[in-house]
Design a protein around this ligand. Structure first.
Ligand SMILES: *Cc1c(COP(=O)(O)O)cnc(C)c1O
Length: 410
């Protein structure tokens, strides 16, 4: 039996508890959707204001040099690198996750020119699959995306596979893939491994270098707290740098963009994966988010995250037994920082929770997703979310007609 006092004690003993003050979160809100849009760091508005008024407003175009705007994508990449087990010069912050997937799939296919297949799984996030479909359609010549079930990726590594594209933490179930094992299997089959870290960077310790991963991408607005639509990142293992010819050959990826040559020569380093002018205001928002993470030990974050997802599962079973199906793995070591519950009227349950100031999200057709962000989620928030959820289930409040109406973003 878990009590409110247990949760209060867990907060009092939590070494990360002080970090919550570094965020602006409405006092009456229980925010369990940091896996979709991370909360606002308290320092971000001031930082953005300085960049807008002083750097842009006063210093204007000189800021590209005087405030180092021109190097910001690489500087932020280097700041992010330790969070994902990468080295200096291996990570770049640019564009969106979708665009970065295109760039790195393009590179992977060039690095394995005799092979024509991108292998992924039916649990992957749709944009990952759509970008692969778009790229293979554009290339023609027998290129294709092949999809198998999540647990069949290893066996499906036939000799035609150039690259496997896997999201480390499944966005629906929260299942955590074994990066070391799948990367090793891909390499044994002569293929490359491209990892999407959107649901792991900043909350699960990632070791791209230790796993010898080839390529990776990830999202800036989830656990990195970069703000809505924040720039994403990409990783290219040192051994693949300077190779291939970027199909998205924009001038910021040119070796010498300010020579204004007529022909494109890719930069020798990670900069070749820049495309157009970097979005400085958005990058500044991401920098503020990354600063908060840089000061924290990922092991502590992971330990708290595992405790919190366990706590929530126990509370749901205690407070509303038999209401939901647990979609996430039972074992904390096998899941990321979310708990997914299945319910046929999941959407309506989410709407009722939101009306009671608890924000999870919904993923079609029937999944309620609760994300736990160890930098700002308290154990008492989880207790309270469990109480409100059980009240809604017991009263049948979720059956009200207004909760059945679908909004365009779920
Ligand atoms: C959130 C997420 C994305 C988002 O891609 P955008 O280009 O930022 O819209 C992509 N892939 C995965 C696995 C995600 O979780």
């Amino acid at each position: 039996m878990i009590t409110l006092d247990d949760c209060r004690r867990a907060d009092a003993e939590d070494p990360l508890a002080g970090l919550r003050e570094q965020f602006s979160i409405p006092a009456d809100l229980i925010y369990l959707d940091g896996n979709s849009l991370g909360a606002l760091p308290a320092r971000t508005p001031g930082r953005m204001d300085d960049i807008i008024r002083r750097q842009w407003g006063t210093d204007l175009i000189r800021s590209w040099n005087t405030h180092g705007w021109v190097d910001l994508p690489q500087r932020l990449g280097d700041r992010l690198a330790p969070l994902v087990g990468a080295g200096a010069g291996e990570v770049l912050v640019a564009d969106s996750t979708s665009i970065n997937l295109f760039k790195l799939l393009d590179l992977a296919l060039q690095l394995r020119p005799k092979r024509r297949t991108i292998l992924s799984d039916t649990g992957n996030f749709p944009t990952d699959l759509y970008m692969a479909q778009g790229l293979t359609r554009f290339l023609g010549r027998g290129y294709s995306l092949r999809l198998v079930e999540e647990n069949e990726l290893g066996e499906a590594l036939s000799p035609d596979v150039a690259v496997i594209m896997v999201t480390q933490v499944n966005y629906r179930s929260g299942r955590l893939h074994d990066m070391a094992r799948l990367t090793r299997l891909a390499h044994q089959a002569g293929a490359l491994a491209l990892w999407d870290l959107s649901h792991s960077a900043g909350v699960v310790p990632v070791d791209l270098g230790g796993c010898d991963a080839d390529l990776a991408v990830g999202c800036g607005y989830k656990y990195l707290n970069g703000g809505p639509g924040a720039p994403a990142f990409l990783y290219v293992n040192q051994r693949h740098q300077g190779k291939g010819f970027p199909t998205l050959s924009g001038w910021f990826g040119h070796q010498t963009p300010f020579d204004f040559n007529l022909a494109y020569t890719p930069a020798p380093d990670i900069r070749r994966f820049l495309c157009g002018t970097p979005p400085i205001l958005s990058l500044a928002g991401l920098e503020a988010g990354l600063e908060l993470l840089s000061s924290v030990d990922m092991k502590l974050i992971r330990r708290k995250s595992m405790n919190q997802t366990d706590l929530f599962i126990h509370l749901v079973r205690q407070e509303c037994p038999d209401c939901f199906q647990l979609i996430s793995p039972e074992n904390a070591a096998e899941r990321g920082s979310q708990v997914s519950l299945g319910h046929p009227a999941g959407y309506a349950v989410v709407q009722a929770l939101i009306a009671h100031q608890v924000i999870p999200d919904f993923r079609s057709p029937d999944i309620i997703r609760f994300g736990f962000a160890p930098l700002y989620t308290r154990h008492t928030d989880i207790w309270e979310a469990g109480q409100r959820l059980s009240a809604i289930m017991r009263s049948g409040e979720w059956e009200r007609p207004e909760y059945q109406v679908r909004h365009s973003v779920t």
